[in-house]
Design a binder for this molecule. Structure first.
Ligand SMILES: NC(=O)C1=CN([C@@H]2O[C@H](COP(=O)(O)OP(=O)(O)OC[C@H]3O[C@@H](n4cnc5c(N)ncnc54)[C@H](OP(=O)(O)O)[C@@H]3O)[C@@H](O)[C@H]2O)C=CC1
Ligand SMILES: CC(=O)N[C@@H](CCC(=O)OP(=O)(O)O)C(=O)O
Length: 309
């Protein structure tokens, strides 16, 4: 028996990517609303309740509204929006983040898909906090750049119509980005990191960086211990890899057009400083790839089906 999946928001940037990854697979069937009905509340309500599993690729308010429309206990949900990432009763859908998380996702009814920037940040920081190498009260910052597809259809139009007129634009200058609570909670940190995102004039791809003074780590923690802890955390993870050497350069395009993420530990022991860096695709492991991974786990299918490493 195949799993019936409804993507609410299927013609948006993330929805289209998920549809592309799920189409043509024999193990799932897609329930699709045509253009005339895709925003019709009654049609969406029916689809949300008819599907075995729904993937919400909507703005936050519309995602909350969609969840409220589900009036049965059978339909399971993957929400790609920010609406439920720190909400009670939801499983945080980052399969590699914690031991046992894949099994929790497989059994869950409500799964929140991680944010694109938090995926990079948490991958780098959570294992260090969990292993006791980085104190939970550490004061961190995150520097990051995303391709403009991260801002959805409206930002794509802004950049592709020429209105953006920039190569690189820092934003979230009010220091109140929607991803800060998610980063703090799921890293197990006491304080929100200072989050410094920027959008780059390229369609897709991300670099997420956490600079660390060695003095912020628990005394005696070596650079090798940091790298070994990350390697241990992701040993056996097909989509998250820790680079074995330090390349001379990294690029925002390094993992673009894939569903994988690469982690780097750069360091200068003489300066006692580290730069922890993740590269990923905002639409891959940062959104659609992670959503398909969660769908696969929840439906009991090959966890890597439809994904590109
Ligand atoms: N882009 C990215 O890299 C990432 C996005 N996400 C999240 O995924 C979600 C979707 O983002 P994204 O795909 O970028 O956004 P888009 O703006 O590209 O797509 C959103 C889609 O939702 C549709 N929509 C809006 N309101 C409703 C409604 N009430 N009923 C039905 N459809 C509706 C829109 O319709 P219309 O076409 O008519 O505007 C649009 O097609 C967001 O919550 C975002 O935060 C998560 C990680 C990364
Ligand atoms: C470049 C850009 O604008 N990126 C978006 C983040 C991508 C996104 O939609 O956020 P989620 O991962 O939480 O869904 C932003 O900063 O709001």
């Amino acid at each position: 028996m195949t799993t019936t999946i409804f993507i609410d928001g299927a013609v948006g940037t993330t929805g289209l990517e998920i549809r592309e990854r799920l189409s043509g697979r024999g193990d799932v069937s897609l329930l699709v609303l045509d253009e005339a009905r895709r925003k019709d509340a009654a049609a969406r309500r029916d689809a949300l309740n008819d599907a075995d599993l729904v993937v919400l690729c909507l703005p936050d308010d519309a995602a909350r509204e969609a969840v409220a429309m589900i009036d049965n206990r059978r339909t399971r949900v993957v929400d790609a929006s920010t609406a439920h990432r720190v909400a009670e009763g939801w499983t945080y859908g980052f399969a590699e983040l914690e031991p046992g998380r894949s099994d929790e996702i497989a059994a869950a009814r409500l799964v929140s898909n991680p944010g694109c920037y938090p995926t990079g940040f948490l991958a780098l920081v959570r294992p260090l906090v969990r292993a006791g190498l980085l104190p939970a009260d550490a004061l961190l910052s995150v520097n990051a750049a995303s391709g403009y597809s991260g801002g959805g259809k409206s930002m794509i139009a802004e950049f592709e119509d020429g209105d953006a007129d920039t190569a690189f634009r820092p934003y979230a200058l009010t220091l109140a980005h929607k991803h800060a609570p998610e980063m703090t909670r799921h890293a197990g940190l006491a304080h929100a990191p200072i989050f410094q995102p920027a959008v780059a004039n390229t369609y897709r791809g991300m670099v997420v960086e956490v600079p660390v003074h060695q003095s912020q780590l628990v005394p005696g923690t070596s650079v090798e211990a940091v790298a070994a802890t990350l390697r241990d955390a992701y040993a056996g993870a097909a989509l998250v890899r820790v680079a074995s050497d330090a390349p001379a350069t990294i690029r925002i395009e390094d993992d673009a057009n894939t569903d994988r993420m690469t982690l780097h530990v750069f360091a200068n022991p003489a300066a006692a400083q580290l730069r922890l860096v993740a590269t990923l695709d905002n639409l891959g492991k940062g959104a659609a790839g992670a959503a398909v991974q969660n769908v696969n786990l929840m439906a009991g299918l090959d966890p890597l089906a439809g994904l590109t490493r």
